[in-house]
Design a protein around this ligand. Structure first.
Ligand code: HEM
Length: 413
């Protein structure tokens, strides 16, 4: 347990011992508020009904509505969309020329979310959503994490620019909700929006448009960059460990199970957790790991620290997927998706997507790192990304490419 004092946020207490982590992430949600911890940076984009920014009974009410569409069984139906997005993307990559994987992975994960969660099948309409998501991301600077700085100081001020792009994004989302509701037979569709339109609160009321907007924004915000970043780290680590790549290629070529693929995914998320910590605000004085911590303190489960404990993971800085082949990790020692009633809603979705995309790209291409120097972790918003965007070179196509004109590399490859 350690504490750091931050400007504006005060003292923040970190725990990195598995039993203390368990106490924090599975503690009584009325006592450990996660929403308040998240709301500072996230509420301007996600809104007040977001699963990420709510607490207590209101959070549980939203979570009950959102959980069914994210069940493992349902998620399996999205595998084709994940594979197709990866195939389309790799087909446009340039041969023999360095490029960063990060934007490429973002295109894949955004397309997947727009198809499976928003249910937007028309490519032109998806392009409008993509454009707005990218612009919204660009204007959501960390400066806005501090409420006192959320002021309109003229047309060029960050807050004014943010409000303008957010209004455009809201208009498009509300339009999509309206179109879907009016679509005959939407009840038979299996995208998340169509399922949420049929979900009912305990009193029988449907979700309001504002609730739907906030949750859609939450799902794209929480699910797109995170998964893309995990995929970048998987390649950044795997391509620098030829033994791992060889073994993975053997398994993929074999076409059988995905034991090693699963281990590579888990080891990637252990060594390079995309979200390095999860925060809870204490609503009452609470004893944690034998110390009394006063109400009002932010307590953080330090995922990245737990994941490199040498008593849990021998040679913790080494990338060695084999460690996940022999059985499960001990409880609260592998926590890239947090835990308790706040555990990542998209954990199954993300794990499936990482595995499907990794497999598809391995089948389609042979890559190498663009430089011999490994990429360092660098903070970007609430995620930790490879410092140079995971730059690679496509050495060989293992399948003929089908380049579409809408692909950013289409004119150059
Ligand atoms: C590798 C990819 C991902 C990582 C590493 C990740 C990680 C996390 C973490 C650490 C949390 C906080 C858990 C806590 O406070 O205990 C979280 C929450 C959440 N994630 Fe993910 N996530 C990923 C992908 C996704 C995807 C694909 C979706 C949806 C499409 C998603 C939706 C959410 C939502 C809605 C929450 C809030 C849950 C709640 O507060 O009840 N995430 N995620």
């Amino acid at each position: 347990m350690f504490a750091i004092r931050f400007p504006f946020f005060g003292k923040i207490v970190y725990v990195a011992e598995p039993s203390a982590v368990r106490d924090v992430i599975t503690g009584d949600p009325h006592r450990f508020h996660a929403g308040e911890g998240n709301a500072g940076p996230l509420e301007p984009v996600l809104g007040q009904n977001s699963l990420l920014t709510l607490d207590g009974d209101e959070h549980m009410a939203q979570r009950k509505l959102l959980l069914p569409p994210f069940h493992g069984e349902r998620i399996r139906r999205y595998a084709d969309a994940m594979r197709e997005a990866a195939e389309r993307e790799v087909a446009g990559w340039p041969l023999g020329r360095p490029f960063p994987l990060r934007p490429a992975m973002q295109r894949i994960t955004l397309e997947v979310i727009l198809r499976t969660i928003f249910g937007v099948n028309d490519p032109a309409r998806r392009a409008r959503f993509s454009d707005l998501t990218t612009r919204l991301d660009r204007v959501s600077t960390p400066v806005m994490w501090i409420p006192a700085l959320r002021h309109d100081l003229g047309p060029l001020s960050p807050w004014r620019r943010f409000l303008k792009v957010r209004a455009e994004a809201d208009e498009l989302i509300y339009e999509e909700i309206g179109r879907r509701r009016a679509e005959p037979g939407f009840e038979r569709r299996d995208d998340v929006l169509s399922l949420l339109l049929q979900a009912r609160h305990e009193d029988g009321a449907p979700m309001s448009d504002m609730e739907l907007r906030d949750e859609l924004m939450t799902l794209v915000g929480a699910g797109h960059e995170t998964t893309a970043t995990a995929l970048c780290w998987a390649f950044e680590l795997m391509l620098r460990h030829p033994r791992v790549e060889r073994r993975l290629r053997e398994e993929v070529a074999d076409g059988g199970g995905d034991e090693y693929l699963d281990a590579v995914m888990k080891e990637t998320l252990r060594l390079r957790p995309v979200v390095v910590d999860v925060v809870r605000k204490l609503m009452e004085d609470t004893e944690i790991a034998g110390r009394m911590i006063p109400a009002g303190t932010y307590v953080v489960a330090a995922i990245a620290v737990v994941h490199v404990r040498p008593d849990v993971y021998p040679d913790p800085k080494e990338f060695r997927p084999e460690r996940f082949l022999d059985g499960q990790a001990e409880p609260y020692t592998w926590i890239p998706f947090g835990g308790g009633v706040r555990r990542c809603l998209g954990a199954s979705f993300a794990q499936q997507e990482i595995k499907v995309v990794l497999r598809t790209l391995l089948e389609a291409a042979r890559l190498r790192p663009a430089s011999t120097r490994p990429e360092a972790p660098r903070a970007r918003h609430v995620t930790i990304v490879p410092s140079r965007g995971a730059r690679v070179v496509l050495e060989e196509r293992l399948r003929p490419a089908r380049v579409t004109s809408s692909h950013p590399f289409a004119t150059t490859s």
